[in-house]
Design a protein around this ligand. Structure first.
Ligand code: NAD
Length: 356
């Protein structure tokens, strides 16, 4: 089992292994960096094949949150939690409460939220044990479904990238291939449709495809074909790792801009996209809308303020594209550079301290 020598360890500040035999809770909380503020990141509940897989995932995701928060200009650091096990079989309110007690022991160094396998209801259970949780239900003073703002940010990212590539200010007539019609993909499709884009969709879930083809009259293609559609913009909103050695030579798009985390299997795939003349919108920049939304949760929550912040994705993305051009590097490397310059500054001075 590797932790300190793990390729994603990358100077993690703290990693906790939490165990509660009564509820069967086995969780890992990873705090990557708190130079900008407490580490905020979701809690993923997943049936990992083994412990190493869970460690790899939590470290990779936690590190990613540091970059995402820094680029979104939030006073937050990066962290993440994973709970090991099949949520369909072992998840109970008591288990989520036990997890909440562990979060509470960290005294606000780590703030938890929803992720794959957890819901707003789970956040309510956690909230019974700790105040260091966001993503609560609207009716309980929370900020509601984060996917709405994630989708809006991705839409801003798509518009900005298309503008950079084609000089056009509207998506009217632009062809978009949309992979994934889940929470984010569905909201995104509405924005694209309203802006006059011609959208082609695919999803493994046939009900999702039927729902949107009926609602918007869009064309669908098989899931095996969507990445290779000839289009202006490819928008991966399902899985990570879709840009890899197997897919990259068959892509027929001018821009890639989507919600999925870690779309590039490796950073070098971003360099290859640059060589092919495909403009890549760094995923963690344009999918930060949900994070921005939960960061404003509290008694003064105002969706208009959140929207304004998410609109800022346009300027940041343009800055990244310009920097990439100036330095003749890929956009993913440019965004990493900008993020690092923001969270590595005054490394010790701004370090968030555990008070107890
Ligand atoms: P979701 O689970 O609601 O939807 C994913 C959809 O993708 C599902 O409908 C699923 O059937 C479909 N899918 C899975 N494999 C597919 C394939 N091979 N081809 C086509 N469709 C496939 O997830 P979501 O919340 O909409 O998130 C989408 C992506 O965006 C994920 O990668 C997620 O990590 C990322 N993301 C989401 C948010 C958010 O606020 N929800 C924030 C940041 C990043």
């Amino acid at each position: 089992m590797t932790v300190f020598t793990n390729h994603a360890f990358d100077k993690h500040q703290l990693i906790c292994f939490a165990n509660d035999p009564e509820t069967n809770l086995k969780a890992i909380i990873a705090v990557h960096n708190t130079n900008r503020g407490p580490a905020l990141g979701g809690c993923r509940f997943w049936n990992y094949q083994n412990e190493q897989e869970a460690i790899d995932d939590v470290l990779r995701l936690s590190r990613g949150m540091t970059y995402k928060s820094a680029l979104a200009n939030l006073n937050l650091g990066g962290g993440k939690a994973v709970i090991i096990g099949d949520p369909r079989h072992i998840k109970t309110p008591q288990l989520m409460q036990a997890f909440g007690r562990f979060v509470n022991k960290l005294n606000g160094l780590y703030i938890t939220a929803e992720d794959v396998g957890t819901s707003t209801a789970d956040m309510e259970s956690i909230h019974q044990e700790t105040s260091h949780v966001v993503g609560l239900d609207n009716k309980n003073g929370g900020s509601g479904d984060p996917s709405i703002f994630t989708a809006y940010g991705v839409y801003i990212g798509i518009k900005t990238s298309y503008q950079k590539k084609s000089g056009k200010n509207s998506l009217s007539g632009a062809k978009v291939a949309l992979q994934g019609l889940g929470h984010v993909g569905s909201y995104l499709l509405k924005h694209l449709h309203d802006d006059g884009a011609e959208v082609v969709v695919a999803d493994l879930n046939k009900e999702n495809v039927e729902r949107v083809t009926q609602q918007y009259g869009v064309k669908s293609v098989d899931v095996s074909q969507i990445l290779y559609e000839e289009c202006d913009i490819l928008s991966p909103c399902a899985l990570g790792g879709v840009i890899n050695d197997k897919t990259i030579d068959s892509l027929r798009c001018n821009v890639i801009a989507g919600a999925a985390n870690n779309q590039l299997l490796e950073a070098q795939h971003g360099d290859l996209l640059k060589e092919k003349g495909i403009l890549y919108a760094p995923d963690y920049l344009i999918n930060a809308g949900g994070l921005i939304n939960v960061s404003y949760e509290g008694e003064h929550y105002n969706p208009q303020i959140v929207k304004k912040h998410v609109d800022g994705i346009h300027d940041t993305l343009m800055e990244i594209y310009n920097l990439a051009e100036e330095k003749n590097i890929s956009s993913n490397r440019a965004s990493d550079m900008v993020a690092e310059s923001r969270f590595m500054k005054n490394e010790n001075e701004h370090s968030y301290k555990i008070t107890a």
